[in-house]
Each structure stands twice: as C-alpha cells, then as structure tokens.
Design a protein around this ligand. Sequence first.
Ligand code: AMP
Length: 397
Amino acid sequence: MQPDDGRRRLELERLAAEVLGRAGYEYIETPVFEDTELFARGVGEATDIVQKEMFSFEDKGGRSLTLRPEGTAGVCRAYTEHGMHKLPQPVKLWYRGPFFRHEAPQAGRYRQFNQIGAEALGSDDPTLDAELILLLAALLERAGVRSVRLRLSSLGSPGTRAAYLEALREYLRAHEGELASEVRERIDQNPLRAFDADHEGTRRVMEQAPRLLDRLDPEDADHFARVRELLDEAGLDYEIDTTLVRGLDYYTRTVFEFESEELGAQRGVGGGGRYDLLVEELGGPPTPAVGWAAGVERILLASDWHEQRPAPDVFVVVAKPEARGAAFALVSRLRAAGVRAEMEQAGRSVKGQFKHADRIGAPRVVIVGDEIEIRDMASGAQRGVAGVDEALEAVSS
Ligand code: AMP
C-alpha cells in the first residue's frame, strides 16, 4: 500500500463518519476473531462463506476460532452481550475494519479486505431500510464511485420463504435434466443459487421459475411497498431484481446490492438487508434489524479521485549543521501551536532544501542559521526576525 492509497482510505473513513454520524450512527469495534460457532450460526451453515471461505484455527485451549468474514454477527453478539436492547431503540451503529475470506484472489477480491458497515437494531420501521440504503448511496456518491446501479428486492419472512423454496425445488427437480450439475447437486441445500448460474440451460429454466416476490405475505409486501415509496420520494433510482440472492443466510424482507459498472467480475461495492431474526438466533432477545456492508477496496477501485499530500504551512530550512537543534525545537513548537510544519531531515544542501520546500508546496520557509529569516515562497520576499519567538509568531499568524 502506498501513501496515496492510505490518504484515500482515511478520507473515505472520514466521509463515512460524517455521512453516518449525521444520521445518528455511532462507531463500534468488534473483535477481529471470534468463536467459529458465532459465524457458522450467524452467516448460515449452508453458505459458501461458512462452507469454504472461513479462516478457522484452534487456540491453545482447543477452541475453534475464526477470522471474521463479515461484521453483522459480531455486532449482534455485542448488542446482546452489552445489553444494548436496554438502550433507546433503534440502536444505530457503524464499523470499519479488516475482514477475511478464503476466496481465490482476483481484481477486487482479496483474502483480507476492508469493509465499512452500518446497522440499525431494534426496530422494523421501513424508514430504517430506506435510510440505510440512502446513506450507502450518499457515501458512494461522496466517494466518487462511478456508474452505480442499485438492485432491490424482498425475501419476505421465513414461512413464506420455506414454502417458496419448496416450490422452487419442485420446479428445479421437474427440469433437472436441463440444469448445470453444480446447480442440480444443490437443489436441496441451496436452490436459490440457481438464479446466479451462468450456465445457459439453467438460465433458460430460471426465466420461468417461480419468484419469491410474487408470493410475499401481505405484511411483508406492505413493508416492501413502503420502503420503495420512501426511496421513490427521495428520488433514488433502483431496479427491482427478483433474483437477488445474497451470499449470507440471515436476511428477511429487504435485500439490496449496489454495483459499479466500472468494476469487472467483482462488481458489488456494497449490499445488505434486513435480518429480523438473527439477534434471536444468536441467543439475544427478539430484535428486528437492518444493515449493510461496503467494500473499501472496491469503492476505491471504482472511483478515481486522488488525495493530494497536504502541503505544510511552513518548511524549516537548516542553513548550517549547527542549527539543526534550533530548527528541530522550532518545528516542535510550531506543531504544538497547531501549525503544519516540516523540516529538512535527509541531508540536502541548502539549495536542495528550497527546491524540496517548493516541491511539497510550502508557502513559507523559515531559514535557521546564524540568523533566522522567513521567506515567502510565492514572492521570494525574505526578512529577518529577532529570534525563535518572533519566527513562531510570524508563522502562526
Ligand atoms: P458481503 O458481506 O458479501 O455482502 O460483502 C459486502 C461488500 O464487501 C461487497 O459488496 C464487496 O464490496 C466487499 N467484499 C466482499 N468480499 C470481498 C473480498 N473478498 N475482497 C474485497 N472486497 C470484498
């Protein structure tokens, strides 16, 4: 990683803190590794993540631990463990940090990557679904992500979903001969995956397949309609995609994914949805919740802004070796006074130091030698000052 990349990451984090903080989301950190069981239950045993992608290891006590593959399970665990259900609801949280998945690395897909995520726990109000979607849209826009597309759907409740999955399995079995072998093998375990297949025959079969969105309970359908209304009123474009399948098992009702056409095969920049049963599933009280996670590296890949290295307010030139201590004391005092100050630290000649000050964009230079002088870099005007105190005052003003 280069300093330029670091600056962009910091700026993105700052944007997230600003965009989310304004909506009442507070920052939280959870451990980078936790009990394997938390993720296995939280993400879902049948998912690719749990089956193939977790970095799991045993500690010295023989317990199985896992490097977190996603953030929601840890947030739910923290919500319950720290009694956040006793706080005024909803509890709104955001996080950022490294996540780990054992996938084949390619452009935009890494084994260690960073996510920024946001969660609202303790209410099923559709304004939270809409709010979170709008906040992610705002963050992506502020971050300069180009060619963004939003796909939206609803998965309904577990009862509807179970009945639907059975109907889908029946349909897939009736067309077994036309399906790709990996889809056929997973009809029982994960029939929804069939919607994701690239295989030509499978795609043809799926065009006529039953859709969950047509079978939602009236309450879920109403919830989804309200989310859509709120997004429409906010003027946010989206596509309803009945085939939207997220890689995590815990979603209920709203699901969404933002993609960028700028990216290749790994085009998802962020996504999420409602997970009304997860906190309870993990041993907490019944707690409806909704959230998303966005990939930091993908956001940066899909945007092309650069953060300039910030220019110092002043560069301190060491005019002779004996003045190094005085120059060092001056930059320390300048920094303590809130001035962005740098000094010569690489053995350059005096001429080289001026060139360097110019290159890094310092508007002023303090020359510390037998005397102390201040030079304005734009005009070239140079004047002497009586001592360090006067230099400090002149430069800090
Ligand atoms: P998910 O938790 O799978 O919904 O992922 C949320 C976001 O994290 C995705 O939209 C990507 O931007 C990012 N992401 C997921 N997996 C990876 C990975 N292996 N490498 C880089 N970014 C990833």
